[in-house]
Design a protein around this ligand. Structure first.
Ligand code: ZN
Length: 371
């Protein structure tokens, strides 16, 4: 993490592509354009490191959220939506849904006019602020991920999640050296600790609590569905990309001493809590895509029917539609790959500096190691 230390900070900031989110009138049912996409994506999810989704409990031992349908661990669709939305904001160039007031450039401020929306608000909806705020329902809806295979047995793990040290501004700087809201936070995966989360030590151990996390197991498999309506080709492409990501990337991270660290492997998602402790790494796989015909054709013709993409045809669809992002070597995409790569060769130690490190005035200007 900080320079001159052997360990790495669990998170980094990825710079946005542009200071201006492109805004457009959203395509709605009434203004149906030829060539738009509607249908459903079926996804499976397997956690590769301990996963924890909390229920509303302040108990010292916090249970995993259970589904009322099967009484097994579940991941709410709202958690998945938040994760996909923030990826669309970064990859597709959307507004900043969480405004960092005063420091976010004008062109990146949250959308507030429902006739001029960025890609993320067109897809996932817009929630205006204030008393006469406009609200627009999105064109993408995501269901809860339910455990469809395995028992989902959880295990007690001790955690301590400190609050971010916002006062240490040296950790929050854009490439231009300013703290200016042009950054998005991502947590590194921690392949070296796949089964357990980082145990709190020192002063942090005094404030630890226990969570019932789901350890990684090939037996457990979740499934969820994503419904989409009237997506333009660009919106459909970015949706497929943020779900599928990339199966093979190679990244190179400069070191203070010696040659760069190089890792290769697939890009993976991070879901739920305890991300800084190594938790939440998930493999999400698109199992099938169902495309529905134009709404007018849906009822008027017997010949038009839905198109189900699976196997080879599905892989071809994903690879064609997401090629534009695979070929994108912008700084944003390079850094995103660096953050999301899941590589067996990655044995870095990730942790926050402790209480005393922040207390030491001599550390006030020490920035993070470059990635
Ligand atoms: Zn927006």
């Amino acid at each position: 993490m900080p320079r001159n230390e052997p360990f790495w900070n669990p998170y980094r900031f990825v710079p946005v592509k542009s200071d201006n989110a492109e805004r457009k009138r959203p395509l709605t049912c009434e203004k149906f354009a030829a060539g738009s996409f509607s249908g459903e994506i079926v996804c499976s999810l397997v956690n590769l490191s301990p996963l924890f989704i909390g229920s509303n409990s302040q108990a010292t031992s916090r249970p995993f959220l259970l589904s009322k349908k099967n009484n097994k661990p579940m991941i709410p669709g709202s958690s998945l939506k938040g994760m996909f939305r923030s990826l669309v904001e970064l990859v597709g160039g959307g507004c900043s849904a969480i405004s960092t007031r005063g420091v976010t450039p004008e062109g990146l401020q949250s959308c507030s006019d429902n006739t001029r929306l960025c890609v993320a608000c067109r897809m996932f909806g817009m929630m205006g602020r204030g008393s006469n705020a406009m609200v627009l329902k999105g064109k993408v809806s995501i269901g809860d991920a339910l455990l469809v295979q395995g028992e989902g047995r959880t295990k007690g793990m001790n955690v301590y999640l400190g609050s971010p040290k916002l006062t240490h501004t040296a950790f929050y700087q854009s490439p231009n050296g300013k703290v200016d809201g042009r950054l998005r936070k991502f947590y590194f995966h921690q392949p070296a600790r796949q089964d357990l989360l980082t145990e709190p030590t020192g002063k942090a151990a005094d404030s630890k609590w226990q969570i019932q996390a789901l350890p990684p197991s090939p037996d457990n498999r979740f499934e969820f569905k994503i419904q989409f309506q009237n997506l333009t080709p660009d919106e459909y492409s970015v949706l497929l990309y943020v779900i599928a990501l990339e199966n093979q990337v190679s990244v190179s991270i400069p070191q203070e001493k010696g040659g760069p660290l190089t890792y290769s492997g697939p890009m993976r998602h991070k879901v739920g809590y305890a991300k800084s402790l190594g938790g939440g790494t998930c493999r999400i796989t698109i199992e099938s895509v169902i495309q529905l015909p134009h709404p007018k054709e849906r009822f008027s013709s017997l010949t038009s029917s839905k198109l189900v993409l699976e196997g080879e045809a599905l892989l071809r669809e994903i690879s064609e539609k997401t090629a534009i992002y695979h070929d994108d070597s912008s700084l944003t995409m390079q850094k995103l790959r660096t953050m999301l790569v899941w590589s067996d060769e990655d044995n870095r130690e990730f942790r926050f500096p402790d209480y005393y490190w922040f207390k030491d005035g001599g550390h006030s200007q020490i920035a993070l190691k470059p990635v």
